[in-house]
Design a protein around this ligand. Structure first.
Ligand code: DGT
Ligand code: CA
Ligand code: CA
Ligand code: ZN
Length: 596
């Protein structure tokens, strides 16, 4: 068990005891033990094996030592559990509200049985809190402000927002130059998860400079970051703070020789770490954020790089995106990890919008931006008429748009412009445009933008009908989710995958940070069932074209290789790999387009 986890349990016990009205000496002893363990340089688990060493820690007496051993033994603490039966666990959230200490939380519980942030906010809004001793109108306002901050901070963030924040912080830290050895983002951001809870940043100090004064000096500099709102915690080798956006940041400052072990630890996932540590133990090692060491004698065997730690554990290197405890360790042990797709493998982008519908840039501007990214082709896929809010194209305007794309092509000789459409799937599964018009397009992308809350059976039928339409080549953002805003539609994914495979319809991995749809686990299912994938951006301006990297991350999390993704192919091969148009011979469909 990790030090921080033991400390967390002790700290919560202290908080609950204080709410419960325990003597100050009693809860303080838990608080102090938590602080001590949090700042401990060695694993408490190791230390606790020796009774004398545990008792030698300042402020740890017989009884606290017994509590700590109980936590290590059982993974929880009986007193904490007992207190959490008496109070709802959400009462701990109340303590995170600034201006609300345990005494006041206890009072709120006693008077109003208020145990959630929402309940307290309601009482404050209703002006009920001012009747309590020590509360006034002013404190009601403060509480409401604190609730707002809490709700912001307890939220998660889209990946591009988190990435931008991390880059700004890293740039600030790297201004320390040679005072540090490295600064890297770890945590869920490094694993490429679709939303990010908080940022985890690892800083290492060069050999010879890894003393406590230097750690403090580096921490001082970090805390001068301009986006910082307030400091949340400060320990011996860590600082946590909140940004003005509400995002929380955890920074660890460690020795260079621990870089690999620490990066591995703070990248997670937690579940991956648990499996790795178990494997280490079985091989006679112990793995911590400081090093991989022998169980007996605690001799370091690795720690400076992740690669050497995996090597010592007889595993192939596992990319961060795969570290989710979903079979990657077994695959690494057997030498069967996929060779993951990389951003450089992508040769074109198959969904984007122009000023013809709701995009912000012209065909030419999109083409120019795409060729600067090194793409060999793009498909221009404006909306169809059903999406009136997006000024979708009817049949006549589609034909006009095709002409414009062919015209624009004449001005570009190093990028192929494919005439495409994002045609709407109507409520009954029919497509929003006549077949004769669909037949003239190079790429037909289909998607749902309306009636999103059909029941599961109806939505499944609707999507299957769209896939069965012979003109459908790509199903875009198949589940319709909007991250942090809208849940995916309900439908039978197994049936959809089976139909897509049978009809040769590719599923899209939409790179737009609000969507990232399909998600990782569905991408992996698709791959296993032989369904082809395309990764597209759904760009509505040239500035969105670089979102491709997020879609690629999602694909990597879905274990996809280059060969699983159609837009890694050169243009001719891509067109030949898409579902052939009705009546067209396969090779002919590859030649339908003009240009070169
Ligand atoms: P997030 O922030 O919710 O998007 O997800 P993560 O994965 O970044 O989680 P976070 O920030 O709580 O922790 C960062 C990494 O630190 C996590 O991926 C693994 C490691 N870690 C955190 N807490 C624990 C723990 O209690 N035990 C172990 N073994 N590792 C932990
Ligand atoms: Ca995190
Ligand atoms: Ca964290
Ligand atoms: Zn659009």
């Amino acid at each position: 068990m990790e030090n921080r986890e033991v400390a967390r349990i002790l700290r919560q016990t202290a908080e609950l005891l204080e709410i419960d009205g325990a003597q100050i000496g009693r809860y303080r002893s838990y608080e102090r033990a938590a602080e001590l363990i949090d700042a401990l340089p060695e694993p408490i688990e190791e230390l606790a094996k020796d009774e004398q060493k545990l008792l030698a820690l300042p402020g740890i007496g017989e009884r606290m030592a017994e509590h700590i051993r109980e936590i290590l033994r059982t993974g929880d603490y009986s007193l904490r559990k007992k207190l959490l039966e008496k109070y709802p666990p959400t009462i701990l959230d109340l303590l995170k509200l600034q201006s609300l200490g345990p005494k006041r939380v206890a009072l709120l519980w006693k008077k109003f049985r208020a145990g959630t942030v929402e309940q307290v906010a309601e009482l404050a809004r209703a002006g009920k809190l001012r009747e309590l001793p020590g509360f006034g109108e002013k404190s009601e306002q403060n509480i409401l402000k604190a609730v707002e901050t809490f709700q912001k901070a307890s939220g998660r963030f889209h990946i591009h927002v988190a990435e931008a924040a991390a880059e700004a912080i890293l740039a600030h830290i790297r201004r320390l130059g040679k005072q540090i050895a490295a600064a890297e983002a770890a945590g869920s951001l490094r694993r490429g998860k679709e939303t990010i809870g908080d940022l985890d940043i690892l800083v290492t100090l060069p050999r010879g400079k890894d003393n406590p004064q230097q750690v403090q000096a580096v921490a001082e500099h970090i805390l001068k970051f301009e986006g910082l709102e307030r400091i949340l915690a400060r320990g011996e080798n860590k600082v946590s703070f909140q940004l003005t956006s509400g995002m929380q940041v955890d920074v660890r400052i460690l020795e260079q020789k621990s870089f690999g072990a620490a990066l591995l630890y703070f990248t997670g996932s937690k579940e991956h770490n648990v499996l790795l540590r178990r494997r280490a133990n079985e091989m006679g090692y112990t793995l911590s954020e400081y090093a991989l060491a022998t169980l007996k004698g605690e001799r370091r065997v690795a720690g400076a790089t992740e690669a050497e730690i995996y090597r010592k554990l007889k595993l192939d290197y596992i990319e961060p995106e795969l570290r989710e405890a979903s079979g990657e360790i077994e695959a690494a042990a057997a030498g069967r990890l996929p060779k993951l797709i990389a951003l450089e493998d992508i040769r074109g982008d198959l969904q984007m919008h122009t000023t013809a519908s709701d995009g912000k840039n012209s065909i030419e501007e999109m083409a120019e931006a795409a060729r600067r990214l090194g793409y060999q082709y793009i498909a221009l896929t404006d909306h169809s008429k059903a999406v009136t809010v997006a000024n979708g194209l009817d049949e006549k305007r589609v034909l006009e748009q095709i002409r414009k794309i062919r015209e624009a092509q004449k001005r570009f000789d190093d990028i192929r412009l494919l005439a495409g459409i994002e045609v709407d799937i109507l409520k009954d599964g029919r497509l929003d445009l006549d077949s004769e018009v669909l037949a003239q397009l190079d790429v037909v992308v289909c998607s749902v933008h309306s009636y999103m809350n059909l029941d599961r059976a109806a939505m499944t039928d609707r999507l299957l009908a769209a896939i069965e339409n012979p003109y459908t080549q790509i199903l875009a953002h198949p589940t319709g989710r909007l991250l942090l805003r809208r849940d995916p539609f309900e439908f039978d994914m197994e049936k959809l995958l089976e139909a897509a495979r049978r009809h040769g319809v590719a599923l899209e991995c939409n790179s737009y940070p609000d969507r990232l749809d399909l998600k990782d686990t569905y991408l992996r299912m698709a791959r296993e069932r032989g369904v082809k994938i395309v990764i597209s951006t759904d760009a509505h301006t040239t500035a969105h074209l670089p979102f491709m990297k997020y879609g690629v991350k999602m694909a990597r999390r879905g274990w996809l290789e280059k060969k699983d993704v159609l837009n890694t192919l050169p243009a001719e091969k891509l067109l030949a790999a898409l579902r052939p148009k009705p009546g067209a011979v396969r090779t002919a469909s590859a030649r339908t387009s003009t240009a070169r």
